[in-house]
Ligand binder design. Structure first.
Ligand code: ATP
Length: 917
């Protein structure tokens, strides 16, 4: 190891550290060189695991198995963040200059405006921060342990030193452990050592202490099992683990700024500089025209403040965070801010079938052997005199038990209360076997497993090498019917093996195809006797060769009640649903038909055919294909790539280790909550409720987020530019300033800041899922928005100037004219915020009370406006006079005029949209 040196870890251990990666020499080295027996005894545990009592005691003596939480941003830090804005610097500078110029009251007003602005910004960011934190806390990791001699699934935080943990492909290692058993166990330790190639693990003691990266008989917390399985005893938990020692490097998802945030920060800055330059020019012109220095300076500052849209970037952060919280309420966890932003643009959703479109709760409804067919409904073993299953039935079930990983967590409980843990397909088999009265533990004990080829959707079978009291050694196999039928040479007829001739083979093929085309899932079961000396098996063609087929398990996985409805919704929203399944073509097709996906011959493709398609052929066909059957995770990458090349934004679901690359490549990688840790950690979004409708619901929220960002920006920019036009136009006519600097500041930073928050919380428009997806490249400020901002600010700016001129001319009271303009300006924006609740729908089409946050915002705005006009103390600061009730009505015409113009622009753009669609 290059450049290795000694450092002191956070826990005070001496550690080696090289660049980013630290290696703790103190903890694991004693275990790496010790035998398994010594390790077990030094940790006072056994291979069967700890007892519940021991776990309880050890748990109370140590901290939970958790990494030290990342320090959250404190309130003070969030507050200080608010001062990192160009606007605040301008204001503070202006306050100082104003103070030096002797205008103390104005300086205080500026400071008050800064204070209010900082507080509003603080509240928004604090909410966003807490919302994001809450999202992080949702993820719970589970681990499989052996306690009291039984396997069970537990919350990984409850693991203690001495626990025996079982690892399987896809798991994140829950603590540091000394491995005691491995079967082709490969672990990716990149999160710890930076080494990206997976490490093959062993169990033998090492001859001498070595660095973490070379500790082959250890598994470390936070690393991921990419292949095989294993077992080990926990040597360190929580902050004592290697990962705990490098807590600062924990691969927590950093919320990087999204493209939209970056764009808006950039746009905000650009506008800021342009406006500053404009303000400087106006200051110069004002001086040349002979205006008083103090007043001109104040105007220039007010102008800059009025026009700089400082709230823009915050609006995006807040809307994204709140949107993520809303998605969480629908049981999906968005792990990356950028996903919240992209969701609304999703145009293709590729989804697995099992668990999302179907319930994922499988039941074996029939066992078919060559001569018999057993309806398993209500079968409780041999007790039923009418329906006594033949020997092959039990042989088939026994294969199912031996060639499965699933297990019963509480075998002592009554049948109906037993909990089966494992893959749905295997759970169905185990449940049936246990209902049929078979003693699974005894069967597994009598048929000790020597080796296993785990199930993989690539080769579509699982094989287990077991000792066999009667036949010496047997490989028990279960898998896709066509795979096993192809390899089988014989068939089992109640204990006698018969050659599987052509007609028998045809009969079986016909049987499984017929059942598949009813949407049922089929699993073939078979065995192969092998020499007593066989100790290992490997995945290659010879494993299945000459096997004996026993029968089929027919499994039903009911469709989710809302699957067809959601597919319809998806299509109406301009999104292409695509189903991917490892199941048989006929099963897939029957299901596609039931849920309303295109299912003609050209719409369905099978893995083997897909593999043969050239890139050109794929590009030609991709838009037609709605169903992929017998596909493997590797195929997913090609599918994503082809769609993306067509310019589509692709969401893809996945759950296994092999799905990780596809989840990464997709624009929105969606991991099933029931999936492996690896899938969850790679994904952009994790489904806590594995429904297809949850994905579509998240897309809907994505669209709402985007819409709300637009609405708030529209409001902020219209507001800013209105005030700027008012000031610039008055200079142009060489009239006195229609609003004083303090008044502009108040409107911009106080009164109108509340409704913009309200707009970010709009509930979403009813027909949002009847609109096409949001084009990804579409600029956030589109043409319609430009027109709206331009026309609204021009019109209201000039109307307000008219109001000012009218009152000034008729009453000759500049204070009165300014106060009325002040009130009118504030209320115009408050009023037209109702029109901005939708960019497509007219104001009369939506319920004005639907968004109580906006109503509260308007109320808050009004409440902040009143004292400035009526309280004598404020009157002297803001140079305002008390107004009569009718004076307030002057705000109405400008507000109504603004609303009319907004609605006209909507009308024009709506008819344009109609024409183009
Ligand atoms: P989907 O992709 O819709 O979720 P799936 O998960 O059922 O479908 P796979 O798990 O790849 O797809 O299964 C493909 C086929 O392999 C199944 O139709 C079944 O015949 C067989 N199979 C599924 N699970 C197992 C298993 N645990 N052991 C052996 N064979 C299995």
């Amino acid at each position: 190891m290059r450049g290795l040196f000694l450092c002191l870890s956070e826990q005070g251990h001496i550690v080696f550290c090289s660049g980013r990666v630290w290696y703790n020499a103190s903890m694991s080295e004693t275990f790496t060189t010790a035998s398994i027996a010594d390790t077990l005894s030094s940790l006072r545990t056994k291979r069967e695991g700890l007892t519940s009592d021991q776990v309880r005691r050890r748990g109370s003596e140590s901290m939970p198995n958790q990494l030290p939480a990342k320090k959250r941003l404190s309130g003070i830090q969030i507050l200080l963040e608010q001062f990192k804005s160009i606007l605040i610097y301008i204001l503070l500078g202006a306050a100082v200059v104003t103070f030096l110029l002797g205008d103390h009251l104005d300086a205080y007003v500026i400071l008050a405006a800064v204070a209010v602005n900082v507080v509003v910004g603080f509240i928004q960011e604090f909410r966003a921060q807490r919302a994001l934190e809450q999202l992080r806390e949702v993820v719970t990791h589970y681990a499989v342990v052996r306690r009291d001699g039984k396997r069970m699934q537990v919350d990984a935080r409850s693991i203690v030193r001495g626990d025996v943990v079982i690892l399987n492909a896809g798991d994140t290692v829950p603590a540091d452990m000394r491995l005691s058993d491995v079967s082709e166990l490969l672990i990716n330790e990149a999160s710890l050592t930076g080494e990206s190639a997976p490490i093959a693990k062993t169990v033998e003691p090492l001859r001498s202490a070595v660095l973490v990266a070379e500790q082959k008989n250890m598994a470390f917390m936070g690393t991921t099992v990419v292949n095989g399985s294993g077992e080990g005893v926990v040597t360190a938990i929580g902050s004592e683990t290697q990962l705990g020692n490098i807590a600062t490097l924990i691969s927590e998802t950093e919320q990087e700024p999204t493209p939209l945030q970056q764009k808006l920060v950039g746009l905000g800055k650009l506008l800021g500089y342009v406006i500053l330059a404009a303000a400087a020019v106006i200051f110069g012109i004002g001086l040349i025209l002979g205006y008083e220095l103090r007043e001109t300076f104040a105007t220039a500052v007010a102008l800059a403040v009025a026009a700089i849209p400082e709230g823009m970037a915050v609006v995006v952060t807040v809307t994204l965070a709140i949107g993520m919280q809303r998605i969480l309420k629908q049981r999906a966890l968005v792990r990356k801010l950028v996903a919240a932003e992209t969701l609304g643009s999703t145009t293709v959703i590729c989804t697995d079938k099992t668990g999302t479109l179907t319930e994922g709760e499988m039941h074996v409804v029939r066992i078919i052997t060559y001569n018999d067919e057993f309806d398993t409904h209500g079968v409780a073993g041999a007790g039923d005199a009418e329906n006594v299953p033949a020997q092959s039935y039990f042989t088939a079930l026994q294969i199912g038990v031996l060639a499965s990983e699933a297990y019963i967590e509480n075998p002592e409980a009554a049948v109906e209360h037993r909990t089966v843990v494992g893959m749905p397909t295997e759970r169905a088999l185990i449940l049936l076997a246990s209902q049929a009265g078979m003693n699974l533990e005894q069967i597994r004990k009598e048929h000790e497993r020597l080796d296993v080829i785990p199930f993989s959707s690539e080769y579509k079978y699982m094989a287990s090498l077991n000792r066999d009291p009667e036949h010496g050694m047997t490989i028990n196999i279960k898998g896709a019917p066509e795979v096993l039928l192809h390899a089988a040479k014989k068939v089992d007829l109640d204990g006698t093996e018969q050659v599987l001739d052509k007609s028998k083979r045809e009969k079986l093929r016909h049987q499984y195809q017929q059942l598949s085309s009813q949407g049922l899932r089929l699993l073939a079961l078979g065995y192969k006797r092998v020499s007593k000396k066989t100790e290992t098996i490997r995945e290659d063609e010879s494993v299945l060769e000459d096997m004996v087929l026993v029968g089929f398990a027919v499994i039903k996985d009911p469709l989710r009640a809302d699957a067809a409805q959601t597919i319809k919704r998806c299509i109406a929203a301009g999104i292409r649903p695509v189903m991917l399944t490892g199941d048989h073509r006929l099963t897939a097709r029957a299901i596609a038909e039931e849920i309303g996906l295109p299912h003609a011959e050209e719409n369905v493709i099978e893995g083997a055919e897909f593999a043969k398609l050239s890139r050109e052929e794929l590009m030609q066909r991709i838009e037609k294909i709605s169903v992929y059957a017998r596909v493997t995770p590797a195929d997913k990458l090609r599918i994503i790539d082809a769609w993306q090349e067509k310019g589509e934004v692709v969401a893809m679901t996945g759950d296994g280790v092999n799905d990780a690359p596809a989840l990464k490549a997709a624009d929105i990688g969606v991991a099933l909550g029931s999936g492996t840790d690896v899938a969850k950690e790679t994904a952009d979004m994790v489904l806590l409720k594995n429904h297809f409708s949850t994905i579509v619901g998240a897309v809907e929220q994505g669209r709402i987020i985007y819409d709300n960002i637009k609405k708030a920006i529209l409001f902020l920019l219209s507001d800013s530019f209105t005030l700027m036009i008012l000031v610039v136009a008055s200079l142009f006519f060489q009239w006195p300033l229609p609003l004083l600097a303090a008044q502009i500041l108040w409107i911009n930073l106080v009164t109108d800041s509340f409704p913009s928050i309200g707009l970010t919380l709009e509930p979403g428009e009813k027909d949002i899922m009847k609109q096409p997806p949001i084009p990804r490249k579409q600029p956030i400020i589109d043409n319609q928005m430009k027109w709206l901002i331009g026309l609204v600010s021009l019109l209201t700016g000039l109307l307000l100037l008219g109001v000012f001129y009218f009152v000034w001319n008729n009453t000759d009271s500049i204070e009165r004219a300014r106060t009325i303009t002040f009130v009118a300006a504030a209320f115009t924006t408050l009023l037209y915020s109702f029109s901005y609740r939708s960019i497509r729908h007219y104001i009369w089409q939506s319920n004005p009370f639907a968004n109580r946050y906006l109503l509260l915002g308007i109320l808050a705005g009004t409440l902040f406006q009143l004292p400035v006009v009526y309280f004598p103390a404020f009157q002297s600061i803001f140079k305002t006079v008390s107004l009569s009730a009718t004076d307030w009505l002057i705000a109405l015409p400008t507000g109504v005029a603004a609303i009319i113009i907004i609605e006209i622009v909507k009308l024009i753009f709506n008819s344009k949209r109609l024409r183009s669609s």
